[in-house]
Design a protein around this ligand. Structure first.
Ligand code: ATP
Ligand code: MG
Ligand code: MG
Length: 549
C-alpha cells in the first residue's frame, strides 16, 4: 500500500520507463549503516525505497553500509533486519553488505591508481584541512599528488599489507583541488584502520570511504535509482565522477528531504547518547523514536506506513508535527483495538445493597463500531474499583462523574449513587459506600438522571498490573536546535513516564498478547509490554491530543 500516491521520484521513474532507460526494471536499495537502531526517519526511507519497488513490481535490496567497523555491530545488523521486516517489507535475496565488495572495491581503487586518477597522500589531518581550502578559497595540491602510478601502487599494496599505522597514509582520488565543490577536492577514498570487522574479520586493515563505496556498491548491484537524503546532493558529482571514471553501470542518484519531527531527536548519534548515558532504558525504550521503541510503545506497522505515506516525499526540508504520527496510531487503534476497562488509580466502591455472595457476568462488545470484534465477559460483584479521578465529594460544575449524593452509570452495568465517603486519618478518600439501582441494567432510571458514565472493575476479579503512562520524551519543539548554553538533554520531559503501580484491570486483559493494542476506556490506548514479564502495560497514546495548541 506504500507509495500509492506519486511524487517527484515516481515521475522520474515513469519517464525512465517511457524511454526504456533500464528496460523497465526498478531496483532500489535501503542502505543503513549498522551503527545504531533504525528510527522513524529511516522508516520514511524504507517506505519510500521498498514502496517504489512494490509500485513498479521491482525489488529493493537491504544493504549494510559497513565501512566503519569500529562503530558497527552484529546487534545493530540484527535489529535492522527485524525492524524492516516488522514494517512489512521484504528485501531481495539475502541482505547485502558493502563489505561483500571489499575485494572488488580494492581492485577499483587499483584501477584508478593505474589510470593516474588516485594517489597515496601523507598529509596529516591538519595539513589535509589546510590544503583543502574553503568555500571561498580554492585548495592547494598535495605535495604527493604527482607520484607515479607505479609508486602509488606499491604504496597502496603496502598500506593493505599493514606496513603503516592508522592515519599514516591515505588514498585520494585525483580530481580538482580548485573545484567549487569541496567534495571534489581530491577526496580520501581509502584509509588505514587496524580494526576487526564484524563481517570480514581481520582480513583488511584498509577500508574504503563511504563516497567511494556507496556508488560502486550501487553499480555492482545494478541499482537503477539510488534514493538518498538531500545532504548527499553535494556528493552527487563525486558519485558520478567515480562511476564515469571507472566506466561501470551508472545508477541515478536522486535526493529527497529527510524527515524532521518536532519534539523529537532523529540522529543515531544522539539516540545512542540517550541510551549510553541512561536517560532512557535502552534503544527500544517505548519513548524512543526508534522503530523498536515504537513497536514496544504499541505502534502498528500500518500506522507508521500510513504516516510515511501522508507526509509525502519532497525536495525541500520541513518539520513535521509529531502530532501527525500520534494521530496515525490513534486512528488505527480507534478502528482496530478492542475496548477494555482498566482502573489506573483505584479507590474501592462497596455496593451496600448488593448481595454479599452474588456475582453477575456482563457480556460487553469489544468494539462499539465493529460487531465482528465479538464480545467479552466482565464480572460484577459487591466490591468494585473506580478511578480516584472519577470522584469528587462536592461535584464541580458540569461534573460528569461520581460525587456524594449523586448518581453515575457504570459502563455496561448499573446506575449507582454514592451515599457515604470513608476517609483515612489523613483525610484521603479510601472507600465509597454506594447503592445500586437494580432496575437500570441497560435501562434509564426512573425519576432521576445519572451524571455520566464511568469505568470500573470488580475488586475480587481484578488483575493487578503496572501501567506505564508514556508521554513525549522532549518538552521542547526543537530539542535539537541550538539553544544558548543548552543541549537536547536539557529538554528531556521529566514527565515522559509516570507509572500507575497498582492498576486494576478487568480479567479478560490477563490474556492480552504482548504488543496488541487495547483502548482502556476513557484512558487511552495501551498494550502489554513485549519484554517485561507479568502484567506490565504501556500507554501508546492518549485518546485525544493533549499537546495541541
Ligand atoms: P543518522 O542521521 O540518524 O545518523 P544516517 O543517515 O547516518 O542517520 P544511515 O544508516 O546512513 O543513517 O541511513 C540509512 C538511510 O536512511 C539513508 O539512505 C538515509 O538517507 C536514510 N535516512 C536517515 N535518516 C533519515 C531521515 N530522518 N529521513 C529520511 N531518511 C533518512
Ligand atoms: Mg548515513
Ligand atoms: Mg550517521
Amino acid at each position: 500500500e506504500a507509495s500509492k500516491t506519486g511524487n517527484f521520484i515516481t515521475q522520474i521513474i515513469d519517464k525512465d520507463n517511457e524511454t526504456g532507460k533500464h528496460g523497465g526494471k526498478v531496483l532500489t536499495r535501503f542502505p543503513p549503516e549498522p551503527n545504531g537502531y533504525l528510527h522513524i526517519g529511516h522508516a520514511k526511507s524504507i517506505c519510500l525505497n521498498f514502496g517504489i519497488a512494490q509500485r513498479y513490481q521491482g525489488q529493493c535490496n537491504l544493504r549494510f553500509d559497513d565501512t566503519n567497523p569500529e562503530k558497527e555491530s552484529v546487534e545493530y545488523i540484527e535489529s535492522i533486519k527485524r525492524d524492516v521486516e516488522w514494517l512489512g517489507f521484504n528485501w531481495a535475496d539475502e541482505p547485502k553488505y558493502a563489505s561483500d565488495y571489499f575485494d572488488q572495491l580494492f581492485d577499483f581503487a587499483c584501477e584508478l591508481i593505474k589510470a593516474g586518477k588516485a594517489y597515496v597522500c601523507e598529509l596529516n589531518a591538519e595539513q589535509m584541512r589546510e590544503y583543502r581550502g574553503t568555500l571561498k578559497e580554492p585548495g592547494k595540491n598535495s605535495p604527493y599528488r604527482d607520484r607515479t602510478p607505479e609508486e602509488n601502487m606499491a604504496l597502496f599494496m603496502e598500506m593493505r599489507d599493514g606496513k603503516y599505522a592508522d592515519g599514516e597514509k591515505v588514498l585520494r582520488a585525483k580530481i580538482d583541488m580548485a573545484s567549487p565543490n569541496i567534495n571534489m577536492r581530491d577526496p580520501i577514498i581509502y584509509r588505514i584502520r587496524h580494526v576487526h570487522h564484524h563481517q570480514t574479520g581481520d582480513k583488511w586493515c584498509v577500508y574504503p570511504m563511504y563516497d567511494f563505496t556507496h556508488c560502486l556498491s550501487d553499480a555492482l548491484e545494478g541499482i537503477t535509482h539510488s534514493i538518498c537524503t538531500l545532504e548527499f546532493q553535494d556528493h552527487r558529482p563525486l558519485y558520478d565522477w567515480t562511476l564515469e571514471t571507472l566506466n561501470t553501470f551508472h545508477p541515478q542518484q536522486i535526493e529527497f528531504a529527510r524527515l524532521n519531527l518536532n519534539y523529537t531527536v532523529t540522529s543515531k548519534r544522539k539516540l545512542k547518547q540517550l541510551v549510553d548515558e541512561g536517560h532512557v532504558e535502552a534503544w527500544d525504550d517505548p519513548r524512543m523514536p526508534t522503530i523498536s521503541g515504537m513497536r514496544r510503545r504499541g505502534f502498528t506497522p500500518a500506522s507508521i506506513r500510513n504516516f510515511c505515506e501522508r507526509i509525502g516525499v519532497t525536495k525541500s526540508d520541513s518539520i513535521v508535527d509529531v502530532g501527525m504520527l500520534e494521530h496515525a496510531i490513534r486512528e488505527d487503534l480507534d478502528a482496530n483495538a478492542n475496548r477494555a476497562m482498566a482502573v489506573l488509580n483505584p479507590i474501592k466502591v462497596t455496593l451496600t445493597n448488593y448481595p454479599e455472595d452474588k456475582e453477575e457476568i456482563f457480556t460487553l462488545g469489544n468494539h462499539p463500531k465493529n460487531e465482528e470484534a465479538g464480545t467479552r465477559e466482565v464480572p460484577f460483584s459487591k466490591e468494585l474499583f473506580i478511578d480516584a479521578a472519577d470522584f469528587e465529594e462536592v461535584a464541580p460544575r458540569k461534573w460528569k462523574r461520581l460525587s456524594l449524593n449523586a448518581a453515575v452509570r457504570l459502563r455496561g452495568g448499573y446506575v449507582i449513587t454514592c451515599n457515604e465517603v470513608i476517609r483515612d486519618a489523613e483525610g484521603n478518600v479510601v472507600e465509597l459506600l454506594c447503592t445500586y439501582d437494580e432496575n437500570t441494567l441497560g435501562v434509564n432510571p426512573e425519576g432521576y438522571k445519572p451524571n455520566g458514565v464511568i469505568h470500573w472493575v470488580s475488586a475480587k476479579h481484578a488483575v493487578d498490573a503496572k501501567v506505564r503512562l508514556y508521554d513525549r520524551l522532549f518538552n521542547d519543539e526543537a530539542p535539537d536546535a541550538k539553544h544558548e548554553g543548552k543541549t537536547f538533554l536539557d529538554f528531556i520531559n521529566p514527565e515522559s513516564m509516570a507509572i500507575a503501580e497498582h492498576a486494576k484491570l478487568e480479567p479478560s486483559l490477563a490474556q492480552a498478547e504482548p504488543g496488541v493494542g487495547f483502548q482502556f476506556e476513557r484512558e487511552g490506548y495501551f498494550c502489554r509490554d513485549l519484554k517485561e514479564e507479568g502484567m506490565v502495560f504501556n500507554r501508546t497514546v492518549t485518546l485525544r491530543d493533549s499537546w495541541a495548541k
